[in-house]
Design a protein around this ligand. Structure first.
Ligand SMILES: NC(=O)c1ccc[n+]([C@@H]2O[C@H](COP(=O)([O-])OP(=O)(O)OC[C@H]3O[C@@H](n4cnc5c(N)ncnc54)[C@H](OP(=O)(O)O)[C@@H]3O)[C@@H](O)[C@H]2O)c1
Length: 326
């Protein structure tokens, strides 16, 4: 049996982190310690913590790195109850010694931290290098574009640049636009690569174990639609017209450049501009930028949820898989 890949997930309680943890735990790749052979041997079973003997919980090689302030949250408790190891780490305040302790023994570190913590990933890089992490997945998880198009993406590129400067092995994973956020920028006729947020982890689990993706960019997505096609499909599935116009967000920043909501409005608008009007979030454009295409890498797929199914489930009152940002 191949040795398990020991993965740490930073931001595991977030919207992206949650799907990554689910993807790793549900993966056929050995991220999870396999103690099954011990289960049947009574002299051993009495020494095994009961959590490992419950077939409904996961024996962990997946480590959740969470801020000390979050360690008692219900989300972290739920991850612990699933058998995942939790380690405290705050990118903003941690020391290098604390970072090294937190990263000890990990093979892969996946980061999916919130917008405010993106730049602070740079504080972790020396420890990643010294800890011998074999693959760092910095927080990208958005749409592909060149530098200078989206401030948010440029902050992510700055982290990657700093990681490359000290020769940290990496994989960049962008996921296109979430199917759960169908805004229409411009005329809505530009194709976009889409991921149901719940499918992101299924692909991520494959990508981070794949030698072909080391030191590469990967565009991970399930379907490609224009946003007019998306709204047409919503109309078709819901049997009513729900098209709404897009508000012009840039105006907010002109009023107060220091206002957080205005900054957010700018970044969000640039995002829409990049993929909505300029077509950056297409598999073709990502290939032009040098990305590997997850559909070429894994033509067998991961059983991802088609957009049509998502809409049907939402109409049936089932959870959409999206929750509020932290
Ligand atoms: N493609 C799309 O359509 C799309 C949509 C939304 C987001 N995204 C991207 O996905 C990425 C993650 O965003 P998200 O919305 O999933 O994140 P989120 O839910 O807002 O937060 C993720 C986690 O970051 C952790 N965190 C915050 N500050 C931290 C710090 N100082 N140190 C360590 N951890 C910290 C928190 O975990 P703890 O409380 O456990 O510490 C939090 O749960 C971003 O890059 C964003 O651009 C893409």
């Amino acid at each position: 049996m191949a040795a398990p890949i020991k993965v740490g997930v930073l931001g595991a309680t977030g919207r992206t982190g949650e799907t990554i943890v689910d993807g790793l735990v549900g993966s056929e790749t050995k991220y999870v310690r396999d103690l099954s052979s011990l289960f049947t041997y009574p002299p051993f079973t009495k020494h095994i913590p009961s959590i490992y003997l419950n077939p409904n919980t996961t024996t962990q090689e997946v480590t959740v790195l969470t801020r000390p302030s979050s360690i008692d949250n219900d989300e972290v408790k739920a991850l612990k109850a699933r058998g995942l190891r939790t380690v405290a780490l705050d990118l903003a305040t941690g020391t290098k010694a604390e970072f090294l302790q937190a990263l000890e023994g990990l093979d892969v570190l996946v980061s999916a931290v919130s917008y405010k913590a993106l730049a602070d990933q740079q504080r972790l890089l020396e420890a990643i290098k010294e800890a011998g992490i074999k693959r760092f997945v910095p927080c990208f998880w958005g749409t592909p574009a060149p530098r200078g198009e989206q401030h948010l993406l440029d902050v992510k590129f700055d982290v990657l640049d700093a990681a490359q400067a000290i020769d940290i092995p990496y994989t960049v994973i962008n996921v296109g636009w979430w199917t759960q956020m169908p805004d229409i920028p411009g005329d809505g006729n530009v194709p976009n690569a889409l991921s149901d947020v719940r499918d992101i982890g299924k692909y991520a689990a494959k990508i981070i174990a794949d030698p072909r993706t080391l030191n590469k960019f990967v565009l991970s997505y399930s379907e490609v639609f224009t946003f007019n096609q998306i709204y047409d499909l919503m109309d078709e599935v819901s049997v009513e017209s729900i098209r709404t116009p897009l508000a012009e967000a840039k105006e907010k920043l002109k009023k107060d450049p220091t206002d957080f909501s205005a900054q957010w409005a700018l970044m969000f608008n640039q995002y829409l501009d990049s993929w909505g009007l300029r077509g950056h979030n297409t598999p073709q454009y990502a290939k032009y930028l040098g990305y590997l295409d997850v559909q070429d890498l894994y033509p067998e797929g991961v059983g991802s949820k088609p957009l049509r199914t998502l809409f049907q489930e939402v109409l049936e009152g089932k959870p959409s898989g999206i929750r509020a940002m932290k």
